[in-house]
Ligand binder design. Sequence first.
Ligand code: IFL
Length: 456
Amino acid sequence: MKTLLTRRQAALALGAVAATPALARGNAIDWHALGEDVKNEMRWAWANYREHAWGKDDFKPVSGGNRSFPLKDHHLGLSLIEAMDTLWVMGLDQEFADALGWVKANADFDVDGEVSVFETEIRLVGGLLSAHHACGDPVLLAKARDLADRLLPAFDTPTGMPYRYVNLRTKAVRDPISNPAEVGTHIAELGTISTLTGDRKYYDAAKRAMVAMYDRRSKAGLLADTIDVRTGQWGSRRATIAPPSDSYYEYCWDGWQLFGDHDFKAMYDTLTAPILRHQIAHANGQLWFVDVDFETGKQLSTEQDELASFYGGLLAQGGAGATGAAYTRAWASVQAKYGILPEGYDYATGKPTYVTNALRPELADAAFNHWLLDGRTEWRLLGRTHFLNMKRWNRARYGYTDMANVVTKAQADHCPGYWWSEQMKYYYLLFSDTKRFDYKDNYLSTEGNVLKGFRR
Ligand code: IFL
């Protein structure tokens, strides 16, 4: 009996929940208790961050060390800022107040150092804006605006598409060879600043960059994944829904969802139709998206990038629910196989191509978006498996860590900032039915930052 039970528990943790009818219906699950479990894990991880790495960017939960990001050798409080709206929505009000105190006293972006425009936008500008949405403190908006002002010089190019790096103090820019995601993942954050301040320049800069990218789609309607922002010339032929293109498509939809701008809806629809036409591949009853040549549509490989596993949720948001669900289920089957998704997976061989996992949130993101749209228990169960497997394998001495190998379950020693903003929030919102969130009318950014939908 003991052995049987252990096997069954292992199967459940690996995602084989559908085998048990009561579980498959979600009847046997106390969702509220599961939400409390997520909150308790957040409280515990936060207490450790507070004690060992307060105000540092990224925490190392195995050793207790830390590392800076996105600046080299200078901390901006990345994890703290990323965590704030998650703390708030969970009702961890003392922790939120503590973080707000830190931001007011210490967040200073006048640093002579270079940052990634994209990473700084989605994580820090977005984190400050979602914290502002949570509590309304004007200092948070002022700091987000100050930081955005330091990023804007990167958009001053002949095409309007931004350089990849900018120095926060000198405004010196570097690296014009960019890609769809880094060019076009700004509208949610910059557009929100325009809405809140009445200054259109932020929205206009972000939109101009996105349109410049869109205008360069091939005759087949596809985007390649490398572009020179000075000339607008493509530097590659690969069309992919994975990085470095992924969140560009997401922000086309989001520009419509968040601001009601019909141009973005048209861009999303126009770009998604050829993706559905050229990039879907079927194998063993599963649906995948493959990389193709952006002019001919010729398939380039069968390899899959874990980061693309968010895409089923986006397709569902855009109205292709059945295709999106099929794609998310394909990834769910990989989760069932390894417990944690490998960063790279080849559906043709059925084997991982990269065995690491950087504590990734994408499958939980997809589950959350599907569930918001159709309310199916299947997605809650998928999120539950993602959470329980993370608890089982990623939990370390001081918090949650990334994996060096999802097959052997060897841990590494890094908790990326997005962990605080993304999966912990997706799990909590999926399970808790909290009153602090409007489940019908909301918006979460690519980094999980809530820019609409909090109820104070
Ligand atoms: O920063 C995160 C965000 O979800 C994104 N790309 C990758 C990160 C999480 O894996 O847009």
